[in-house]
Design a protein around this ligand. Structure first.
Ligand code: PLP
Length: 394
């Protein structure tokens, strides 16, 4: 067996690198989750989350992954047969829609270009057609982790308003929260779905839904069955006051440290750091595009994601071979292609606890892996990334 030294460069789009500070914060004995000491920790966590979600409304935390929070969002606001509009952006939008369908909703997919993201005009046009207001909600993904496309939430909000449509606006921020600016209150998002294991730099196992007053009202009338996820049992006013069963105490310890770290750096700086590392990545890929090499999957510069870059190989090239070389030979872990992109793309996660030398190390390993795997590409991608990072002030 080959002995591997040094840290693995973990460029997966979730879970992401967990800072030692967060790991150490969790290295503590358990605590009575009904007691005052735990309550104080939880309160600090909720306040920190409200800061990151940019909201003063309810945030409900669960022991769960993102799929659970997806389900919580649906069962709390809908009744059987309700119609929802799901703008298609890729694997995660389709899967959230599938989950809604299995729970008994009528799901209408708004076809979309996976490489460009949601067209606000198409949303507006569809909602204008719905004169009887049969569409109860627009459910969409902010940052489509499969494609590396970030949708323009503020513009889609304006599209809903322009159509004068009362639909709830529901947004999955699982791979944008804590990495890319998101403003629940300003953009009037009614239900927000988040998870712990990406921009919040935490282990998987905790998930959240943000709920506006309008969403909490909808929860009173909704008729889908719910027990574990039931906001009516968890929320008093607009604050979570109860947990169903044992609270995940250690995840709260970690979250307390995570929200402190985000506040300490300052959200604007967190977003700027992600933008800088993402831009360095994009510059490298643009150079690799030479010689008929791979390209950035997201075609519209306005929607290229600052938390993940999906890299599309040309026909006949195998993205999995590049990923295998990166992992087996250079100890760099990358994300693979999902759904119809399987084998055609690899994904470079650049979210969470990451800095310049980490991304440069990963990019260097990828450039070497392209060469080892025999994938034609332009040389000098890493140099272009270095040049950009050296010229760009933090
Ligand atoms: N939504 C998005 C945008 C995601 O990226 C993911 C996971 O990567 C999910 C939902 C599902 O989250 P989980 O895997 O925690 O269930």
């Amino acid at each position: 067996m080959t002995v591997v030294r040094g840290r693995q460069f973990f460029q997966n789009p979730g879970p992401t690198n967990i800072p030692d500070r967060i790991l150490r914060a969790m290295d503590r004995p358990a605590l009575d989750f009904m007691g005052a000491e735990f309550r104080a920790i939880a309160e600090e966590c909720y306040a920190g989350l409200r800061h990151v979600f940019k909201t003063d409304q309810a945030i409900i935390a669960y022991a769960s992954n993102g799929h659970g929070a997806w389900e919580a969002a649906i069962v709390n606001v809908f009744s059987p047969g309700d119609r929802v509009l799901v703008p298609e952006t890729g694997y995660f939008s389709l899967n959230w829609g599938n989950l809604a369908q299995e729970l008994g909703l009528e799901v209408e997919t708004l076809p979309g270009d996976w490489r460009a993201g949601v067209d606000p005009e198409a949303v507006e046009a569809r909602l204008r057609e719905d004169k009887a207001h049969t569409i109860k909600a627009v459910m969409q993904v902010h940052n489509e982790t499969a494609t590396g496309v970030t949708n323009r939430i503020a513009e889609i909000r304006r599209a809903i308003d322009a159509a004068r449509h009362p639909a709830l606006y529901m947004v999955d921020v699982i791979s944008s929260l804590g990495s890319i600016d998101f403003r629940m209150d300003e953009w009037q998002v009614d239900v927000v779905v988040g998870g712990s294991q990406k921009g919040l730099m935490m282990p998987p196992g905790m998930a959240f839904t943000g709920a506006s007053q309008k969403a909490l009202q909808a929860a009173q009338a909704a008729r889908l069955p719910r027990v574990y996820w039931d906001w009516r049992k968890l929320v008093t006013g607009n604050r979570q006051t109860a947990f169903n069963g044992t609270a995940p105490v250690h995840l709260f310890y970690g979250l307390q440290e995570a929200v402190r770290m985000l506040a300490e750096e300052g959200l604007d700086h967190v977003f700027a750091r992600h933008r800088r590392l993402a831009e360095a990545t994009r510059r490298a890929v643009r150079v690799w595009r030479g010689n008929d090499g791979p390209e950035i999957f997201a075609t519209d510069p306005r929607t290229q994601s600052d938390s993940i870059t999906t890299v599309l190989l040309q026909d006949g090239q195998d993205a999995e071979a590049v990923r295998s070389v990166a992992l087996d030979r250079f100890n760099v872990s990358l994300g693979g292609g999902l759904d119809r992109l399987d084998g055609h793309v690899f994904r470079i996660g650049h979210m969470g606890d990451l800095n310049e030398p980490m991304i440069l190390g990963a990019l260097a390993a990828i450039e070497m892996s392209l060469a080892v795997a025999g994938v034609p590409h332009g040389k000098g991608g890493v140099a272009a990334a270095m040049e950009y990072l050296a010229s760009e002030r933090a």
